[in-house]
Ligand binder design. Sequence first.
Ligand SMILES: [Zn+2]
Length: 85
Amino acid sequence: MKEITKWGRQAYETKDGKKKTIHSRVGEKKYGYDKIPKDFVIHHIDGNPDNNQYYNLILLHRKDHRRVHGTRSLIIKSVKPSEEK
Ligand SMILES: [Zn+2]
């Protein structure tokens, strides 16, 4: 069943009763993970949380993710990969 989270993102409930967002699930598929690695997040490149297409999702370290959102311009290219694991 679909529902909207407080962030305005579509989410659903997994078999074990956990909430999961659609974009996380799509991102996991895109990158071949069963689960997004710890400290990583799936980001919407165009800033539209409803656009869960493969091309719009990118796996980012949460530190980089914060920086991307901090710029307000959402320019991925300007963010250097984090060296910290
Ligand atoms: Zn984001």
